[in-house]
Design a protein around this ligand. Structure first.
Ligand SMILES: *[C@@H]1O[C@H](CO)[C@@H](O)[C@H](O)[C@H]1NC(C)=O
Length: 355
């Protein structure tokens, strides 16, 4: 090692020039790296991609066989893959249930299998995350005693399944996102993802051990977008690792609903597409004109005899229309990036640790 100030002879030799160029190049790259690193908060992705995952993309890999239990007055449904490397708590939004995340099966006859929820679980299981879902007590999550109940349930589940040594992460959408942002001060997560939710950072005491936080959001929701920008900055300034992924609208196609929803075949999917076009629910390019919740597509469906069969898939279709409109909906389209985020922020801290 060279002592500070000492200079090797080569500096004065014929190689002088080349060495200087090399050194300058190295210093420059180092500066770029340092800049990128300290600017590391600016981890920002925007996605215009069309959904490439089909509902049955995981068929050869993963089967749903969840276990369930009624505990602390609520439904707990989970599945643990062989050689799990992490544990994931998934929190639904208002009006959601644990049963939305899992396909209907013998194990879970009342399961609903909403298209985005089920794909999130399949992604998680494929990447060897044990998954736990819990239903909120009321319509939406609350930030009082409910946090202690969920903490107890997760602790019980972790111990019972011997997952203590695994990193624990969480993803919450909408109301579930607010809940997870607050629960992160009761339970030690390695990292969290807040989906279509800015979090309750006006009420959370952000200490330096607050977990790395990824925001997955839909910037069409301008009000929320502003809040998220604000909280990204606040968290970053406190030294918390943050990133965000913007989810953009995309056009429907005749096969879109069949690609995403189990039990909805291509013929029906194409008919729905045609109906939506005729009714002006989608524009010439296939984009939703308005949010699925605001569109009178259910009424149009009821008036179309040949489509009355899909009435039992209304929540599934609605969810996909909302994802395509990209204003406010649970989405699995960013799963690769979400699980990359979890995997690169998996320092093992005992989930049983609490502040
Ligand atoms: C949850 O249930 C367990 C077992 O019945 C109980 O010991 C615990 O106190 C409950 N937690 C809360 C917060 O009520």
């Amino acid at each position: 090692m060279l002592k500070h100030g000492a200079r090797p002879k080569a500096w004065h030799g014929t190689l002088n020039r080349q060495v200087q160029v090399l050194i300058s190049a190295l210093v420059l790259s180092l500066l770029v790296i340092i800049f990128l690193y300290f600017n590391g908060g600016e981890k920002h992705y925007s996605s215009f991609q069309l959904p490439k995952q089909k509902w049955n993309s995981f068929d050869s890999l993963i089967k749903f066989h969840p276990a369930m239990e009624f505990r602390n007055g609520t439904d707990v449904i989970w599945q643990i893959p062989d050689s799990a490397k992490a544990a994931l708590f998934l929190a639904h939004g208002c009006d959601g249930r644990a049963s939305n995340f899992w396909d209907k099966s013998l194990n879970c006859p009342k399961c609903v299998g909403l298209p985005e929820e089920r794909l999130l679980v399949l992604h998680a299981l494929a990447r060897k995350f044990a998954v736990i879902t819990i239903s909120s007590a009321g319509r939406c999550w609350t930030l009082g005693k409910e946090k202690l109940i969920v903490k107890d349930i997760i602790r019980w589940w972790v111990v019972r399944n011997k997952l203590e040594k695994l990193p624990l992460v969480a993803l919450g959408a909408s109301s579930g996102g607010y809940f997870v942002s607050s629960l992160a001060t009761n339970l030690r997560f390695s990292s969290i993802t807040l989906m279509i939710a800015e979090g309750v950072f006006d009420r959370v005491d952000i200490t330096e051990d607050y977990p790395p936080t990824l925001f997955v959001h839909m910037p069409k929701d301008i009000h929320r977008q502003r809040k998220i920008s604000e909280y990204l900055k606040i968290l970053r300034d406190k030294g918390i690792d943050v990133a965000d992924i913007e989810c953009m609208e995309f056009p429907l196609s005749p096969n879109f609903l069949a690609d995403r929803i189990p039990d909805l075949d291509l013929t029906v999917s194409a008919k729905l597409f045609e109906l939506f076009q005729n009714k002006g629910f989608i524009d010439k390019k296939g984009y939703m004109v308005d949010d699925g919740r605001e569109t009178r597509w259910r009424e149009a469906l009821r008036e179309t005899n040949s489509l009355s069969l899909v009435m039992n898939l209304v929540p599934h279709i609605q969810e996909e229309l909302n994802v395509a409109f990209a204003y406010h909906e649970m989405t699995s389209l960013q799963s690769e990036r979400i699980f990359d985020w979890f995997e690169t922020h998996m320092s093992i801290k005992s989930p049983l640790y609490s502040h």
